[in-house]
Design a protein around this ligand. Sequence first.
Ligand SMILES: Nc1ncnc2c1ncn2[C@@H]1O[C@H](COP(=O)(O)OP(=O)(O)OP(=O)(O)O)[C@@H](O)[C@H]1O
Length: 233
Amino acid sequence: MPMLTVRQLETGYGGTVILRGVSLDVKPGQVVCLLGRNGVGKTTLMRGIMGVLKARKGSIRFKDEELAGRPPAVRARRGIGYVPQGREIFPLLTVYDNLLLGLEAAGGRLKTIPEEAVARFPTLPSLYGRRGGDLSGGQQQQLAFARALAPQPDLLLLDEPCEGIQPSIVEEIRAVIRDIKREGRMAILLAEQDLEFVRSVGDYFYMMDRGMIVWQGEAAELTEDVVQRHLAV
Ligand SMILES: Nc1ncnc2c1ncn2[C@@H]1O[C@H](COP(=O)(O)OP(=O)(O)OP(=O)(O)O)[C@@H](O)[C@H]1O
């Protein structure tokens, strides 16, 4: 049984339709990857699932509840965490307050940041008093990741977490995703352009082109042939 079932989702910006009927499934504990060239709609799909963009048509079922008409706060409360592209750290707030906002965004069920969310990023506690805007890009990505983990979501949406990040932190992020996968309690939907990264952490993939899913399969079936057909420019 899938945990997330998206069917025929249509959404876009203003009068422009970007997603033209996207369907996908994420099962509990799975790492599902979204692939596709720049501009095909990966971020738009993430925003549609989180509810930052309203669905024009289609269905988003999460843990047996229809969420398509519900606001982002409800989706966060139901257990969807989001690490947006560009991270969206609050630059003037401290690292600690950024983490607390993650708890609040998910309904404030937890009052303190769970040890396990932060323990995945051992350098974060030493930065608690710093302003978000003073961190490096890699540190901000770790903070955005920990902020999304703080309320203990069941599904994590990760939008290109390695984009523009130094290699050592990419390796840390890879290790965190692998740990989460090994623990088996959380599912991940990951937008990612790096094929090697997808092969190393993914279970399943969806390939997007111009607002549609054009191919899908097990991550192990992400062959050069598939890549050539859908990713080569
Ligand atoms: N805020 C916006 N207003 C209008 N159009 C937008 C907006 N954001 C994105 N688009 C358009 O939507 C389309 C899909 O963009 P999207 O960011 O979802 O692609 P993507 O696959 O995530 O690419 P990237 O890897 O570059 O982020 C593009 O044509 C883009 O120009």
